[in-house]
Ligand binder design. Structure first.
Ligand code: HEC
Length: 153
């Protein structure tokens, strides 16, 4: 009897422990937002150099561009499960329902980012003018997806 009660209590505590992180934030949503933050950190270095706010450094620029190239190829399939759009989870995500409704259109935007990061990775370490030349395409690849698939803040 005591053992059964204890088991029930342990099970209740365990299910609470498992349920809490889900309530505190969907892990898939957090994962994709974290990936976006990694994009942001790396593109900020390139953008800072392009705008002359950070002195141009070929090595630093190459590292940031290669990071972006790698990050753009991360398989994100599991980070965008159905039911995690901004209608279903208002306040927790800015991912518009159009991502799922028009799928696989969003994949084209993801592919465009891969192409743009490849161009930047080839240019960033050459010189500042080359970096600047690839900046528009890279920023455009981020913005092109956000315009269509991300809700305003
Ligand atoms: C294929 C589409 C797509 C591309 C390409 C893309 N994003 Fe996003 N981004 C999104 C979506 C959708 C969200 C909203 C995600 C959410 O809230 O669940 C987002 C959110 C963000 C956020 C906010 C993250 C947070 O903490 O809530 C940042 C910052 C961001 N993107 C930066 C970038 C940068 C920089 C690039 C280009 C290097 C980029 N994104 C490329 C679709 C994209």
């Amino acid at each position: 009897m005591t053992t059964n009660l204890t088991k029930t209590a342990v099970a209740a505590v365990l299910s609470l422990a498992i349920a809490t992180p889900v309530m505190a934030g969907n892990p898939a949503v957090k994962a994709r937002q974290s990936l976006m933050q990694l994009y942001k950190f790396n593109i900020a270095q390139l953008g800072g150099m392009a705008k002359g706010k950070i002195p141009y450094d070929a090595k630093v620029a190459s590292v940031a561009a290669n990071n972006l190239k790698t990050l753009a190829t991360v398989d994100q399939a599991a980070m965008w499960p159905a039911g995690t759009d901004s209608d279903a989870m208002f306040g927790d995500t800015r991912a518009l329902p159009a991502i799922w409704a028009t799928y696989p259109e969003v994949e084209q935007k993801a592919d465009a980012l891969i192409k743009a990061t490849e161009a930047m990775a080839a240019a960033a370490g050459t010189d500042l003018e080359s970096l600047r030349g690839a900046m528009g395409g890279l920023g455009g690849a981020c913005g092109g997806c956000h315009k269509k698939f991300r809700a305003p803040e």
